[in-house]
Structures are given as C-alpha cells and as structure tokens.
Design a protein around this ligand. Structure first.
Ligand SMILES: NC(=O)C1=CN([C@@H]2O[C@H](COP(=O)(O)OP(=O)(O)OC[C@H]3O[C@@H](n4cnc5c(N)ncnc54)[C@H](O)[C@@H]3O)[C@@H](O)[C@H]2O)[C@@H](O)CC1
Ligand SMILES: [K+]
Length: 470
C-alpha cells in the first residue's frame, strides 16, 4: 500500500520532529536522500557522477534549500553544479553557502546543456500555478536532460494534484517524509514520474490518501472455497439496459460474470434480455434472490422508481449512470446495507448540485463530499479514479489508462464492482478492487492500441491472474 499525507499533516509532523532535532537536521536528511537518488540516476545513465553537468532550479524557500544542499553533495563527488535562482535576492542562505563552498556556481540563465536538472523551485509551500519568473525557468530546461523533482514537481498542488498553469514534468520525484496526495492523483501523478520516498523520520498516523498495489488487491480478491456454491459466491442482479441501449446490459453482465459472480440475474426489457442471453446463455432472467444489485447502466429515462425500489431492499446496491439521476440523499443515508455510487464527473456534478468543471478541478474534495452527502461509498471515475467512504482515506486507483475512456467501459466496471459487492467486499473495497482490475484489464486489452469495452471484459481474467501472481 502506498500512502499520502496532506501538507497540513506533514507540516505538523515536521514541526514536532524539528523541535527535537538540531537546526537544519531534517533538511540535511532530505538533501542526503535527494543527492543519493540523483547519483543513482546519473550512474545508471552515464556510469558515474564525476564530471556530470547538473543544473539546480532554485526557488526562494526550503525546497530550493534542499536542491542547493543536494547540489553541494553532488559537487563534492566531482559534478559540475550550476544553480539558477528564481529570484537571485531570495535563496536559502545556508544552502547557497554550502554549494559555493563545494565549488558550485550561480548563474542567471539556464545552461543549454545538462545531464540532470533538479527542480527545487517550489515544494509544499507552492500556491497556485507557477508565477512568471518560475514559469520562465521551467520552460527553458536543457533539452533531453532528465528532471528530478525535489519533493514535488513545481506547479503541482501538493494536496490535490491540480495544475493551474505551467508546471515541471519530472522523470523522478524524490519526496521527503511522506508522499503528498498530489503525487498520486492526476494530472500531478503523471508529471511526477517515478516516485522515490526518503525517510526523514516523520511519525504519521492515518493517511489522507492511499493507493492499493497488487498485494493489497490480492488479499481482497474473493476466491471461492471448495465448499462454495453459486449463492455463496454471490448472485448479482443487473438492472441495466433498455430497448434503446441493450448493449449496456450485455456489458454490465459481462463485467459481473468475469468479476467472479456465482451467477448473474438480469432484470430488464425483453429486447435487452434477448441480447444478454444471446451473448451469455448462463444468465438467469427475471427477479429473484441476489447478494447485490447493480442498477443504472443504459437504463434511460423514467426508471427512478425502479432504482428507489432496489434501494429500499436491505441488500448491497451499486448505482451507476442513469440510475444516479434524482437520487434521494436522505433515503440513501438511511440504508443499512452498503451502497456504492459510481459517477463520472458530470454525474457527480449533478449529484452535488454543482458544475462539471468544479468537480474536475477539485476531484478529491468532490469524492469526499459525495460520500458524506449520500452516506455511501463513492467512486469518481477519471484518469485517476477515486473512491471515498466514511471519512477514511480516499483510495486512488493507480492502474488507469486513457484507453479506458471508451463507450461501455463504465458498464463493465459496474458489473465487475457489483460482483465484488455480492461476494461480500465492503462498498469501498469493491469499488477500489473493481477499478484496479478494470484498469489492468484495460491496459492488457489495449497494449498501446484502441480497444472496446467488450475486450476490457474479456481481459478481466488475465488481470485477475496478474494480481494473484503478485
Ligand atoms: N519543513 C521541513 O521540515 C522540511 C522541508 N523540506 C522542504 O521544504 C519544502 C517546503 O519549503 P517552504 O515552506 O519554504 O516552501 P517552498 O520552498 O515550497 O516555497 C515557498 C516559496 O515559494 C513562493 N511561492 C509560492 N507559490 C509560488 C508560485 N506559484 N510561484 C512562484 N513562487 C511561489 C513563496 O512566496 C515562498 O517564498 C518542502 O517541499 C521540502 O522540499 C525538506 O527540507 C524536509 C524538511
Ligand atoms: K520542486
């Protein structure tokens, strides 16, 4: 499991630790870890640190200080280090003295060539997009040189991953003490590149954000026991599709069957039921006992009554797509069985009474609000899908890929997550594990080329095996 902590939490933990340590000790720990990560990268690329041309982009705060101290360490190993300040009048004094003492230089213009660039413009003290002086440096990076971001790619909001203007794209980000949410959530996550954590001794409790990895998902996957029958493995009821959208029913059923359901029961118009049976003859048709309902994909208008009726049952329910229209927050909060809502940004905006842009520019806050307002687990789809429930850490899905944004892909996810709910996973686990497997299947199905939602469903068994293999 990878975890991340908000700036407020990190600052509090740093404050506590700093009070017990000699001045500057934390920054030295950070700089030592940063210099070691840079040295490894240089050795991998060019065999040695000695003789490497290193450019430090130095901001006015402690993030710049980290870069200067790390630069001094690398200069002592024989690298040629040039610091380029955002504001020559504001540089970390101790760091600058250390760099100069180690033979490093300060220049106003970014050198045209370098073997490595350290982005020490802004860290957790950065606010908003890069201001012009910082943006000018970030836009003139030496061509082809790998960038190591110090704590955070400058221009990325540490708490949310939002990028409000120009920002640095890093090959590696070396984070101090803890990952920040912005390193795990897009667009920040993409700009951060590979992540490396330097332990500076912070003690931290419950994270704000967490990312499941293969081993975590493997532990949560429902694996049938020898004594299992189809009811114990979970029967999923799928209420999806319409005469107009029969395909949504087929795809949701496909997701549910490949999500490990013992059986899938389909409830919907005859035309859609025929389409489902033609593709999956193993489907049960019509109402009956289920361990979880999936309601909403391709339902069309005017079926809110059916959704409300399912939500009135004391059974886990996943609500997606058209099923999300006109949900009664009070009725949802009163439910005792688990509920999982799986909106995309537009649907989330309607549920929150705001506009799509507000959701997209504040996805972390939006998913938390959804979970709180509806008393349910909420899965907000996007390039990094987020899952929130009950005030716990928000789960960030790491397996997403742009190829998943294809028609019907969400229908497969709802069937899949519904099967996991039916198998007894909590709504938050079903959402997080569903998104993880769905993303992996999408990557497998696409492997760099477009694919269809059906192919995502077909790749689910492989994704499942990947996770179990570890
Ligand atoms: N606090 C600590 O104990 C430690 C902090 N460390 C480093 O310190 C960093 C935080 O340092 P600071 O709090 O000094 O903050 P930063 O160095 O992140 O940046 C703050 C400075 O940037 C300016 N600024 C803010 N937003 C800007 C924008 N959009 N464009 C241009 N300039 C902008 C501010 O005016 C301020 O002067 C961490 O990210 C980490 O790199 C590490 O040394 C480890 C220990
Ligand atoms: K930085």
């Amino acid at each position: 499991m990878r975890t991340a902590y908000s700036v407020e939490t990190v600052r509090a933990a740093e404050g506590e630790l700093m009070a017990r340590l000699p001045e500057g000790a934390l920054m030295q720990r950070a700089a030592a870890g940063l210099a070691a990560a840079c040295a490894r990268l240089l050795i991998r690329r060019r065999g040695r640190v000695y003789g490497a041309r290193i450019v430090l982009l130095v901001g006015p705060g402690d993030n710049g200080g980290d870069a200067l101290y790390a630069g001094a360490r690398l200069a002592r190993r024989g690298a040629g280090v040039t610091a380029v300040p955002m504001d020559p009048a504001r540089m970390h004094a101790g760091g600058l003295a250390a760099l100069r003492a180690a033979g490093g230089r300060v220049e106003e213009a970014v050198p045209a060539r370098a073997d490595l660039v350290l982005d020490g413009l802004l860290g957790i003290g950065g606010k908003g997009g890069l201001r012009p002086a910082a943006a000018a440096l970030a836009e003139r990076l030496p061509h082809g040189a790998p960038v190591v971001a110090v704590d955070l790619p400058s221009g990325v909001d540490a708490d949310t991953g939002e990028v409000a203007g120009p920002a640095v794209t890093a090959e590696v980000t070396v984070a101090f003490g803890a990952y920040k949410p912005g390193l795990l959530i897009d667009p920040g996550a993409t700009l951060a590149g590979a992540l490396h954590l330097v332990d500076i001794g912070l003690s931290l409790d419950a994270p704000d954000v967490e990312v499941l990895q293969h081993a975590d998902v493997a532990r949560l996957l429902p694996v049938p026991a020898p004594s299992s029958d189809k009811y114990r493995r979970g029967v999923v009821g799928v209420v999806a599709g319409s005469a107009q959208y029969p395909g949504a029913a087929v795809l949701a059923v496909a997701g549910a069957l490949r999500g490990g359901a013992g059986a899938v029961r389909y409830v919907g118009p005859a035309a859609a039921a025929d389409a489902v049976l033609a593709r999956f003859p193993e489907t049960l048709i019509g109402r009956g006992r289920v361990q979880a309902w999936v309601v909403g994909p391709g339902l069309g208008d005017g079926r809110a009554g059916e959704v409300a009726e399912l939500l009135a049952q004391d059974v886990p329910v996943l609500v997606d797509a058209d099923g999300l229209r006109g949900l009664d927050a009070g009725a949802l909060r009163d439910r005792s069985a688990p509920t999982l809502l799986t909106p995309h940004a537009g649907e989330a905006a309607a549920l929150l009474g705001t506009d799509r842009r507000a959701v997209e520019s504040g996805r972390l806050a939006a998913v938390r609000q959804l979970a709180e307002l509806y008393g349910a687990a909420a899965l907000l789809k996007g390039s990094t899908t987020l899952v929130a429930a009950g005030g716990g850490p928000v789960r960030v899905n790491p397996t997403g890929t742009g190829w998943l944004a294809t028609a019907g892909s969400g229908d497969v996810l709802s069937g899949l997550a519904g099967a996991l709910l039916a198998a007894g996973l909590s709504a938050a686990d079903a959402g997080a594990v569903g998104a993880y497997l769905h993303g992996l299947a999408g990557r497998r199905a696409a492997s760099g080329a477009p694919m269809t939602a059906q192919e995502i469903a077909q790749a689910l068994p492989e994704a499942w095996r990947d996770v179990r293999r570890g």
